[in-house]
Design a binder for this molecule. Structure first.
Ligand SMILES: Cc1cc2nc3c(=O)[nH]c(=O)nc-3n(C[C@H](O)[C@H](O)[C@H](O)COP(=O)(O)O)c2cc1C
Length: 396
C-alpha cells in the first residue's frame, strides 16, 4: 500500500483525540504522503500547532483570513492542492457542519471547495456518538459517498466504554491508502457470518457462547477496504458493523442458516466466522421454566450445518470456515476441512484468554489442502488484513 505523490489535508477538530493527530501525520507519511494540517480553533485546545508543524514539516493552517496565502485565498489554494481531505478526529460539531454545508471556518471552506475524496474519522464520547442527530448526519454523509472510518469500541478518555474512540492511526492511514489501491477483491461479493447464535430454552433463557463478532467485523472491514461488496449475517455481537456492508440480523442457528441460504447464490466467497450453536433445545418451553429441587434435563438436537450446506451447493462460492478449537488443534482443523468440503479453514485456538473470543487479538492458521500458514498473534484488524491477502493469493 502506498500514498507516494499524494497530497493530504488532515483536518483536526475539537475532540480530545486530537492529541493523536501528530501520530496520524506520521502514519500517512510512512505510506509516502505529503501532509498539510488544518486545525480548527477548538482543535487547538487539544493539540499544539507546533507539534503538528514539526511532524508534518509544513505550516499548520487555521486562519481563513491568512494574509500570507497567495491572494488571501488560502482555502481555494489548499482545496486544489489536495488529493484527499481527511478529518481525524472529526468532532460531532464538525460532522454537523459538514452535513449542513457550513463554511464558517477554514476547514469548512476547504471541504466545500475541494473536489477530491473526503474521509472522516469520528471521535467522541459513546453517548454522543450514539445520539440520533450524529448517526443521522453520518448516514447522510455516507449517502454522499464520504468515507466514514469507523470509531473503535473500548475505554474512552472520559471513562465510558463503548463505540466512539478514534480509530487506530495506522488503520486510518491504511484506509486512506486503500482509496488508491486496486486490489484483487475489487468487485468481489463476500458473505460473512459473525457473532454468536442464541438458542431459546424458554421465553427468558437461552444457550449461547462467548463470540463477540470482533473477528468477523474486522474481516468485513478488511474485505471492504480491499474493494469487496460485503454482506454480513450477524448473530449476537458487541461491535459496531461497517456501514458499507449490507447487514442482516439472525438470532438462532436456524435463522442464520435461512439468511445465508437466501443470499448465497450471488456470492464469490463465503466466510463462516459466526460461532453457530451445534445444538438447540428440542422442545422450547412456551412459559418460563419454574425453579424446583429436581434436576432439569434438556433434550438437545443438532442444528443445521451452515458451512457444510453451502459447500454442497452445485454453484458454491469459495468457502472458508473458522475452526475454534481447544484441543488437538491441527487434527480437528484438518478433519473439518475434509468433512465439510470447504476450500480453507482458519484455525483459532480458543483455549486461553490471551486471544480468540472477546479478545482484541488473535492468532490463526490459514489451512488449505495444499498449504498451512501461521498468522502470528496480532490485533484482529491486522489478522483480518493478512487473511484477506492470503485468500486473494490462494483463490484469485
Ligand atoms: C474536554 C473536552 C473534550 C471534548 N471532547 C470531544 C470529543 O472527543 N468529541 C467531540 O465531538 N467533541 C468533544 N468536545 C466538544 C467539542 O470540543 C466542541 O463541540 C467544539 O465546538 C468542537 O469544535 P470544532 O468541531 O469546530 O473543532 C470536547 C469538549 C471538551 C471541553
Amino acid at each position: 500500500m502506498t500514498l507516494t505523490n499524494k497530497n493530504i489535508i488532515l483536518g483536526v477538530s475539537g475532540s480530545i483525540a486530537a492529541y493523536k493527530a501528530p501520530d496520524i501525520v506520521r502514519r500517512l507519511q510512512d505510506l509516502g504522503a505529503e501532509v498539510r494540517v488544518v486545525l480548527t480553533q477548538n482543535g487547538a485546545q487539544f493539540v499544539t500547532e507546533l507539534s503538528l508543524q514539526v511532524t508534518s514539516k509544513n505550516k499548520v493552517h487555521h486562519n481563513l483570513w491568512d494574509p500570507e496565502m497567495a491572494l488571501s485565498m488560502g482555502h481555494i489554494e489548499l482545496a486544489k492542492w489536495a488529493d484527499v481531505v481527511l478529518i481525524a478526529p472529526a468532532s460531532a460539531n464538525t460532522i454537523a457542519n459538514l452535513t449542513s454545508g457550513k463554511a464558517s471556518d477554514l476547514l469548512g471552506n476547504i471541504i466545500l471547495a475541494s473536489n477530491c475524496p473526503l474521509l472522516i474519522a469520528p471521535a467522541m464520547n459513546q453517548q454522543m456518538y450514539a445520539a440520533d442527530s450524529v448517526q443521522e448526519n453520518l448516514k447522510t454523509l455516507l449517502e454522499r459517498q464520504i468515507t466514514i472510518i469507523q470509531p473503535d469500541n473500548g475505554k474512552q478518555a472520559c471513562g465510558d466504554i463503548g463505540a466512539g474512540r478514534l480509530a487506530d492511526a495506522t488503520d486510518i492511514a491504511q484506509q486512506v491508502g486503500a482509496l488508491f489501491q486496486h486490489t484483487k477483491l475489487s468487485g468481489k461479493k463476500i458473505l460473512i457470518t459473525l457473532g454468536a447464535t442464541i438458542e431459546a430454552i424458554d421465553p427468558v433463557r437461552y444457550l449461547s457462547n462467548h463470540s463477540s463478532g470482533k473477528m468477523g467485523s474486522a474481516l468485513a472491514d478488511a474485505c471492504i477496504e480491499a474493494g469487496a461488496k460485503v454482506t454480513l449475517v450477524y448473530g449476537n455481537i458487541s461491535v459496531p458493523l461497517n456501514q458499507k456492508a449490507t447487514a442482516i440480523s439472525a438470532t438462532s442457528a436456524e435463522e442464520m442458516h435461512q439468511a445465508v441460504m437466501a443470499n448465497i447464490a450471488t456470492q464469490d466467497f463465503f466466510i463462516a466466522c459466526a460461532a453457530v450453536s451445534d445444538y438447540r433445545v428440542k422442545n422450547v418451553e412456551k412459559n418460563k421454566i419454574k425453579k424446583s429441587n429436581q434436576a432439569l434435563i434438556l433434550e438437545l438436537i443438532p442444528t443445521a450445518d451452515i458451512l457444510k450446506d453451502v459447500c454442497q451447493l452445485t454453484h458454491k462460492p469459495i468457502c472458508i470456515g473458522f475452526a475454534a478449537e481447544t484441543q488437538n488443534l491441527m487434527e480437528n482443523a484438518e478433519n473439518k476441512l475434509k468433512n465439510k468440503g470447504c476450500d480453507a479453514i482458519i484455525l483459532n485456538d480458543v483455549s486461553g484468554t490471551d486471544f480468540g473470543f472477546k479478545s482484541e487479538e488473535n492468532e490463526v492458521v490459514f489451512l488449505t489442502s495444499k498449504s498451512s500458514l501461521k498468522i502470528e498473534k496480532n490485533s484482529k484488524q491486522k489478522i483480518a488484513r493478512k487473511i484477506v491477502e492470503t485468500l486473494s493469493e490462494n483463490f484469485l
